[in-house]
Design a protein. Structure first.
Length: 305
């Protein structure tokens, strides 16, 4: 089997490596020469300096998997590839695109005779060895051409991947997946913060989270990761309290409003991330001044730099 991989960031590069280990010939491309050279010595992976060379290296019907950041970068790559590919070829977008964009892209690609599959991918840096969870959206014939590769990327051929539905469904399910992820992370963070604040008990958070991993109803892979890094120290003094959001949490909250489905936990987890990014600083200052105004409470001044 042969496949094209466009985008050799950490996730894309590791997906190329996993498929190569499974006997797939991977024609790879990235705009960065450094990213291409990092895979130059990988068995089964052949980096190319141009998209046209990648397409030429693959026999028809081709499957080209794009692993690029959502937005204009992905749009440009798909537009370029659409001009190079032939009828019956399939493009896979494995980035975290908005599902509405995926539905639109499926439309114009279908008009050109090209298949399109939107693939929500979860697994992070551990996917290379453990496999990836794949949420696929698209027409049955397009997904059928991607299925052999999904079975190799997943933890096992019979689990860890699913055809969710028509175009857009894969990225929609991944969006909800990430919203749930936000909420789970926030719950762990809040609970552990409360235990750390109870100084009189001098709780060993590393030991507690390790114990929770075995038999507890709150056990999960996120808890496994938390237990592991707490073993190296619980103060986290060198870590900045800023949590980025990649966009899917925002889309989940907006979708909940559009559907009229209450999703307060996921929405509040997103708001907590905004707060960590300093987006509540001015509001907090206003609250402090209001409190001083009605109750005469002291306002703390910032320390001079």
């Amino acid at each position: 089997m042969q496949i094209g991989m466009v985008g050799l960031g950490r996730m894309g590069a590791n997906m190329a490596r996993r498929m190569a280990r499974k006997g797939v010939h991977v024609a790879a491309y990235d705009v960065s020469p450094v990213a291409r050279s990092a895979l130059d010595q990988e068995g089964g992976v052949m980096p190319h300096a141009e998209l046209a060379a990648l397409v030429s290296a693959l026999p028809a019907p081709r499957v080209v998997w794009v692993m690029l950041p959502a937005g204009q970068i992905t749009e440009q790559a798909l537009q370029t590839l659409a001009k190079l590919l032939a009828q019956g070829d399939v493009l896979v977008d494995g980035g975290n695109a908005n599902y509405g964009e995926s539905r639109r892209r499926a439309g114009w690609l279908t008009e050109r005779g090209l298949g399109f599959v939107d693939a929500g991918v979860s697994g992070g840096v551990w996917g290379l060895d453990n496999g990836y969870a794949l949420m696929l959206g698209g027409a049955k014939d397009a997904v059928a051409k991607v299925e052999p590769f999904a079975k190799l990327l997943a933890p096992a051929p019979d689990r860890g991947w699913i055809h969710c539905g028509p175009a857009g469904a894969g990225h929609f399910v991944k969006m909800i997946h990430n919203g749930i992820e936000y909420a789970m992370m926030q719950a762990y963070a809040e609970g552990l913060s409360m235990m750390k604040a109870k100084a009189e008990f001098d709780l060993d958070l590393a030991a507690i989270t390790e114990m929770w991993r075995h038999g507890s109803v709150v056990r999960s892979w996120l808890l496994d990761l938390t237990a592991d890094f707490l073993k190296d120290g619980q103060s986290l003094e060198s870590v900045s309290p800023v949590v980025a959001d990649s966009g899917e949490g925002r889309w989940t909250a907006i979708e909940a409003i559009e559907l009229g489905v209450p999703a307060p936990v996921m929405s509040l987890a997103l708001m907590a991330r905004f707060a960590s990014q300093g987006n509540d600083d001015y509001g907090s200052k206003l609250l402090a001044m209001m409190r001083a105004g009605f109750g005469g409470h002291a306002v703390q001044s910032t320390k001079p730099k």
